[in-house]
Design a protein around this ligand. Structure first.
Ligand SMILES: Nc1ncnc2c1ncn2[C@@H]1O[C@H](COP(=O)(O)OP(=O)(O)O)[C@@H](O)[C@H]1O
Ligand SMILES: Cc1ncsc1CCOP(=O)(O)O
Ligand SMILES: [Mg+2]
Length: 285
């Protein structure tokens, strides 16, 4: 069995990404984040650098009410203490009910029982985008044991079949599977690969978790097209990181340079740097 060969880079995706980046900056979406205690600061800074706004509204009673008025919601299972756990479910129910686009990042699901049960309950509320590394996506959709803590032991292609199966119109709106080459799937978009990025994103905490927030910001400006939001967010995040890495001396200088690049990234940068390919969803035998 082999995967169908990718078609050449699609200028159309680069143009759509550039347009959606301008849309995010023009709208300045407010993203409610219920995320882990490790990455809260970097997540808020990434959203602000992008031109979006962050609010960590992660306590019960407030979380559901806020999800009805926020422009988008991020739920990340990285440190699922009882209060944010309950707030996650409250907010996801409200988002589902109110039509607020929302992103699920099932951090470290698999063999860890508390977050795995939580992520399954959240998945039943049909996230607009399911974003995670390959081990997390496989564990949530396929029931495997997960990765090594928060890190993946699989590549995006290992999760390809499960991701495609989940774009059945009922499970999720779109999938964003991160890795050396990110893999995005949504009904009607086929499989899209974004080859931008830098290994430095894996040498700071939040490289993936902040991407979840960026995806949420983009769903706010393209709620009817979660696949396009996921592709554009991934491309913007990874192109900014790639440009930052060119000037970075290591993880310490990379992080502020990444924020600078997110803030200054132009549509022309996106069109020049994007390495986005598409292929049919079906694979030939
Ligand atoms: N080897 C790599 N080369 C370039 N970019 C990478 C590499 N590994 C991961 N990335 C990028 O790092 C970000 C986080 O991905 P990943 O490490 O898979 O997420 P997580 O932190 O959730 O495990 C993504 O934007 C992805 O494109
Ligand atoms: C280290 C750690 N432990 C629990 S959540 C978390 C942050 C993970 O961030 P990322 O998935 O972006 O690397
Ligand atoms: Mg992660």
């Amino acid at each position: 069995m082999h995967t169908a060969a990718p078609v050449p880079p699609s200028p159309d995706w680069a143009d759509r990404t550039a347009a959606l980046l301008e849309g995010v900056r023009a709208r300045g979406p407010l993203v409610q984040c219920i995320t882990n205690t490790v990455v809260q600061n970097v997540t808020a800074n990434v959203l602000l650098a992008l031109g979006a706004f962050a609010a960590m509204v992660d306590v019960t009673t407030e979380a559901g009410a806020f999800a009805r008025v926020a422009d988008a919601l991020l739920v990340n299972t990285g440190t699922p203490h009882p209060e944010p756990r309950a707030a996650s479910l409250e907010a996801a129910h409200a988002a589902h009910d109110a039509g607020t686009p929302w992103v699920l990042d099932p951090v470290a699901v698999g063999s860890l029982p508390v977050r795995t049960a939580l992520a399954r309950d959240l998945l039943a509320l049909r996230p607009t985008v399911l974003r995670g590394n390959a081990s997390e996506v496989l564990a949530l959709l396929g029931g495997s044991a997960g990765g090594r803590g928060v890190d993946s032991t699989a590549g995006p292609d290992d999760a390809r079949a499960a991701a495609v199966a989940a774009t059945d119109g009922r499970t999720v709106g779109a999938l964003a599977v991160s890795g050396p080459v990110d893999l995005l799937v949504a009904p009607g978009t086929g499989v899209v690969r974004v080859a931008n990025g830098t290994p430095l994103l894996t040498r700071i905490t939040g490289g993936g978790c902040a991407l979840g927030a960026v995806v949420a910001a983009f769903t706010a400006v393209a709620p009817e097209d979660p696949g396009a939001a996921a592709v554009a967010a991934t491309a913007v995040h990874t192109i900014a990181a790639e440009l930052a890495a060119r000037d970075a001396g290591g993880p310490g200088t990379f992080q502020p340079l990444f924020l600078d690049r997110l803030a200054t990234l132009t549509p022309e940068d996106v069109v020049r740097e994007a390495r986005i390919t598409t292929e049919p969803t079906a694979v030939s035998a």
